[in-house]
Design a protein around this ligand. Structure first.
Ligand SMILES: [Zn+2]
Length: 316
């Protein structure tokens, strides 16, 4: 049995996965703030899984953790996970001695990409390649080819949120203007939407439906940003399929209709774009999917780290 955790800004999702790849237990608990509390959250979540019927912690052979921020290449050090109050944390060193099994850490979007790919493979129609575009506070993607995450030279592959699509566009947190994330990131939409709301992006959609001009602009920008992300993934990696996930996708069909309209507009204008059939290559991750935690479980149980495998290839 293997355990996977998706450590999010507000909650941590943990699953136990059996030998056949089935999720046999799942718990969600609030995520603590700061390095010590995040490490404790991991231990608490694994402990809570142990109380699920069908989960015996003694049978757990590995733990994988998906977490926001950068994972320093060649280490398990988590850097700049600002939404968790973590500037730097050696998460494996903090939790492995208490868990007593091998622990691995992966960037949360890359882990979710692996999980989304695995869920898709279960349907019997695994795509050769898949882009997972995460629409949350920020925007990032994971690219999976034949079941392996494409990391790039420095782990930056898939950071499509910071591709600028409009040099005169809104300022992004990264310092550039008009990034995909500046248009479509839930965090920046919430900042620009003056009204206070529990779910700002949903509030923007509702206000746009009611005819509010600013809401219509923000909503159009969101669709424009997401459609750009889809185009980037297909035009750079020619992925078979782009799966949209993350908190903003709770909007479901309302979001998809807007994105499809954007993609159709570019297809109408260009025979080349039309030939790519983009609207047929975009899917939504089902709401409440355990893809991120499942992907983390796969990372935890992988026989060797990606960079070790690359080393082995490079050195024969
Ligand atoms: Zn940016």
């Amino acid at each position: 049995m293997k355990v996977g955790l998706d450590v999010g800004g507000t909650k941590t999702d943990a699953v136990a996965v059996d030998e056949a790849g089935r999720i046999v237990g799942r718990v969600r608990i609030p995520t603590g703030w700061g390095p010590d509390a995040v490490a404790q959250t991991v231990l608490d979540a694994v402990g809570a899984l142990g109380s699920e019927p069908g989960v015996a912690l003694a049978d757990v052979r590995s733990v994988g953790i998906g977490i926001p921020g950068q994972i320093e290449p060649g280490s398990d050090r988590v850097m700049h996970a600002v939404n968790l109050g973590v500037e730097e944390l050696d998460l494996v060193a903090a939790v492995a001695p208490h868990l007593g099994v091998p622990v691995r850490v992966e960037n949360d979007v890359k882990a979710a990409a692996l999980g989304a790919y695995a869920l898709r493979a279960e349907t019997g129609r695994p795509p050769a390649s898949m882009g997972y575009l995460n629409l949350g506070t920020g925007i990032a993607a994971g690219i999976v080819s034949n079941g392996v995450v494409w990391r790039g030279a420095r782990g930056t592959a898939g950071e499509v949120g910071h591709i600028s699509i409009d040099p005169a566009g809104p300022l992004c947190r990264c310092g550039q203007r008009g990034c995909i994330e500046a248009f479509a990131g839930g965090g920046l939409i919430a900042e620009r939407w003056a009204r206070r709301a529990a779910h700002p992006v949903r509030d923007v959609f509702d206000a746009a439906d009611a005819g509010d001009d600013e809401a219509r602009r923000l909503r159009a920008g969101l669709a424009r940003g997401v459609a750009a992300g889809v185009r980037v993934l297909v035009l750079t990696a020619d992925v078979d399929l782009v799966v949209l996930g993350g908190g903003v996708t709770a909007l479901g069909g309302r979001l998809m209709a807007d994105v499809a309209a954007e993609l159709s507009a570019s297809a109408d204008a260009s025979p080349f774009m039309r030939s790519l059939r983009l609207t047929e290559r975009v899917e939504l991750l089902p709401p409440g999917s355990a893809a991120a935690a499942l992907g983390a479980a796969l990372v935890g149980a992988a026989p060797s780290r990606d960079h070790d495998a690359e080393e082995a290839l490079a050195h024969g």
